[in-house]
Design a protein around this ligand. Sequence first.
Ligand code: SF4
Length: 554
Amino acid sequence: MVPPTEAATRPARKRKTRGEGQWALGYREPLNANERSKKDDNPLNVRQRIETIYAHGGFDSIDPADLRGRFRWWGLYTQRAPGIPGARTGTIEPEELDDRYFMLRVRIDGGALTTEQLRTIGEISQTYARDTADITDRQNIQLHWVRVEDMPTIWQKLEGVGLSTTEACGDCPRVVLGSPVAGIAADEIIDATPAIAEIAEKFIGDRSLSNLPRKFKSAISGSPRWDTVPEINDISLVGVVHPEHGPGFDLWVGGGLSTNPKLAVRLGAWVPLDEVAEVWHAVVQIFRDYGYRRLRHRARLKFLVSDWGPEKFRQVLEDEYLGRKLVDGPAPETPTGARDHIGVHPQVDGNFYVGVKSPAGRVSGSTLVEVAKAAERVGSRRVRTTVEQNLLVLDVAKSDVDGLVSDLAELGLQADPSPWRRSVIACTGIEFCKLAIVETKERAIALVHDLEKRLADIQGDIADPVTINLNGCPNACARTQVADIGLKGQMVPDGDGNQVEGFQVHLGGGLGQDAGFGRKIRGHKVTSAELGDYVERLVRRYLAQRGDGERFAQ
Ligand code: SF4
């Protein structure tokens, strides 16, 4: 027998854990500048200063702590000053990166808009945002070139039609994703619309939830297609039928991408529709009280969930926040096939909905106005945004479908896109984002045109579109790690040894059946200019070598 070493015989010393800045454990004193700023003044208070001071004094009158911090709680980010190359991102002072204009994010809970609301966003864009508009992959619409002077009028117009920018950004509950076909899809398990409306009404703008450790992302959908990317939200409620209690939701927590991706985990609990808002509120409070605040990069809920595990998380949820046990529930069936609602589909009421693809989310205010008009011409009053940066027009009579499809196609919005057009999404990128290293939107649009030409001969061979997600930096706003081909913007060497804009490739990520993160393959770095060549080579090789029924992610 080997004698125990001296170290092994010493009584185990309790490992000293450094505080993570959790309020519930007594760490109330701010541990970094972001926490200090939120403690100094509730970020929601900045709305009043914008209306009474900054809108009159202009950009130069804005307190820097408001400008780069609290403005976000009202959907406002300074946009990137034009002409600063990606190579300089992260190396220069914030003042140099800041333009004197703002990106404004309009939150669209559940992706649900009336045509009047869509037209209003479009008209605001035409008047105050140089006709810019991007549909985001979180169902919001973003405008650019907005001046602080115009914000009071913009809010008045948005709020006049029931829209808001409240907590569209910042360390707070962001937009609640919802199924774009809620209430109209034949295969729907349960319509989550009332729960999303209750959360928006009761809790968005609630000051007790406006200082979270970081952003909090929610997804609530009763669609069996998992059309709100539930795998990668902080909280997801996913439609499922309980064998005794009927339709309700399965509760997941702790998903998220960025630089340390994690898939959400099931808590094994079934939540009925009328308890969704209460359970959602309890989970947000856990995040507020127990979430890590010391280091920004560990301040998302996924780190707490990882450390606690699902059992402890559920126990704290039930014992400390709900004061009752949740009902155990079954796992929902993992969906197969497309989630994007592109094309013409029947609704339960005999009408149809038309799902169209936007070019990597890039539209314009004028396009939004024209979509609203086209929908109203056929008697529709309802439009939806999707997490694939698409638009849906609901409630179309069969006899009007063809006319609407052709009107939308004239606006560049296709109901029958090529597999390449259908499967590309892109984040904001260097045009407006201060964190960006490379261009994304225009690159994505050019890539689609390029692939439609290069791969025209094999278009019919692609049963499941190969998803291509372009991101301007490692933050993965356009879901780098869960695409077939995930592209992360960075400077890469070209053939002559120069550092130029390009991408690190992550291959074979996916959601649903193939849920998992793409592999970062050493050597798979591609310059922006060579992207078309690279994707063509990859797709042709996949088609030549795939086994029977093998999908790209496998
Ligand atoms: Fe900006 Fe990076 Fe997010 Fe793209 S991924 S929008 S570049 S932060």
